[in-house]
Design a binder for this molecule. Structure first.
Ligand SMILES: [Zn+2]
Length: 414
């Protein structure tokens, strides 16, 4: 570590000297100011930047505009140094860390592994700014990425993100008094499952999964010809992954109405499957209501799971009917099964070689959103949450690298 520190210090010193000896960024007494007026040369100004080599003190030509009372350094623009006193290299490291860890943990890890000092607040600002950029980039670039397969799976799900009080002040929610503490992030995830286990059952292909998500609406007024924000997102991700062109597109989701509405609107040709994982969760809620944790309940639920797996929905509903008078959970479950019966033809789906209980969608919400945004003490603004969701989904799905390359190219051209 000492040797590395010393090597970095030498390199930083050499770079500093080289840049400071070059005064070609002084391009005359005046420069046009972005405000439309003219900025005057005001000498060379020194400023400290955090770079991947450690601190760099750079002296740059400074131009000041009396009209808008602000100044700028042409070299900062050329070198991409306008972001939070971080060089692009450190900015990228910061974004990578913050996509995976809390801002505070990121700051600690950058110090320990990278030998660079980025405060918690700087991490937050930089990551949110870059997250907002990658969110825009995701909307603009829908080039094909990843491997296509004959059968492709698309899952949708939602999960609540804890918000700051002022962000949910006017929203109805699930709290006892009707208020809200969270807002729903909606996720679309796409994967393939061409691999087979020893029994010949389809298994998710490693590395095939991608995510895209945001806190946004999945509905539009009936009169609107436009897709909802979430439907547009799902369509972009489907296009990117070739889902729309797959021979056998499969949609997996739980029972939420917005999921199947979006699915039917966008991909009418796809086979809709109610994720068995969610169906079992529903049945287990009924079991808890009726039997609590008793052993009797265990026998009961095992029979219900068998009925579900074997597609015997009629006897499943009959077994629930016995309790429908007394338990609202049983009534709700009957309604749920009735509504989704065509999506629960599991034996038929299995004959066709489809995955029906992946847990991928459920895990997707945890991986893409929960583990980063739903930790103790976290409360988000809408902008902040969406920026970090975009950053994390981009990082987990391999879009971040393409985004960064485009960002560097744009700057080089400018
Ligand atoms: Zn100006």
């Amino acid at each position: 570590m000492a040797a590395r520190r010393q090597a970095l210090r030498l390199a930083a010193h050499a770079l500093e000297q080289r840049l400071n000896a070059d005064t070609s960024d002084h391009v005359g007494a005046e420069l046009p100011c972005p405000c439309g007026s003219t900025a005057q040369y005001h000498g060379r100004h020194a400023k400290t930047f955090e770079s991947v080599l450690g601190l760099l003190q750079l002296e740059r030509a400074y131009y000041y505009c009396g009209q808008c009372q602000s100044g700028f350094c042409p070299r900062d623009r050329d070198l991409g140094l306008e972001s939070f006193s971080l060089t692009p290299g450190v900015l990228r490291m910061t974004a990578s860390a913050a996509a995976l860890l809390s801002f505070e943990e990121s700051s600690g890890l950058l110090r320990e592994l990278g030998g660079v000092e980025v405060s918690t607040k700087q991490v937050e600002r930089a990551a949110e700014a870059l997250g907002a950029e990658i969110a825009v980039d995701e909307r603009q670039h829908v080039e094909r990425m990843g491997e296509m397969a004959p059968t492709m799976y698309l899952g949708m799900d939602g999960t609540g993100v804890p918000m700051r009080a002022e962000e949910v002040a006017d929203r109805a929610g699930k709290q006892a008094d009707g208020s809200a503490k969270t807002r729903e992030a909606k996720l679309v995830t796409i994967w393939t499952a061409e691999s087979r286990d020893e029994e010949g059952k389809p298994v998710r292909d490693p590395g095939s999964i991608t995510y895209s998500a945001a806190i946004e609406s999945a509905s539009t007024p009936d009169t609107s010809p436009n897709l909802s924000d979430f439907a547009a997102r799902a369509l972009r991700e489907a296009t990117r992954r070739g889902f729309t062109e797959a021979a056998r597109p499969v949609l997996l989701g739980d029972g939420s109405t917005w999921i199947w509405n979006t699915a039917t609107e966008l991909f009418p040709q796809a086979t809709q499957i109610l994720d068995r994982f969610h169906a079992k969760e529903h049945l287990s809620t009924v079991r808890k209501a009726i039997y609590g944790d008793s052993l009797e309940g265990k026998g009961w639920i095992d029979l219900r799971y068998d009925e579900l797996d074997e597609g015997r929905l009629k006897s499943l509903v009959e077994a629930l009917h016995v309790h429908a008078g007394q338990y609202k959970e049983a009534r709700e479950c009957i309604h749920y099964i009735w509504k989704n019966r065509r999506r629960m033809r599991y034996p038929e789906f299995h004959k066709q070689g489809f995955c029906t209980s992946t847990g991928v969608v459920e895990a997707g919400c945890k991986v893409a959103i929960g583990t980063r945004l739903k930790r103790a003490g976290m409360h988000w603004t809408l902008e902040g949450a969406n920026a970090i969701i975009a950053l994390r989904c981009g990082k987990l799905s391999g879009r971040f690298e393409d985004f960064w390359e485009r960002r560097c190219d744009q700057r080089k051209r400018a």
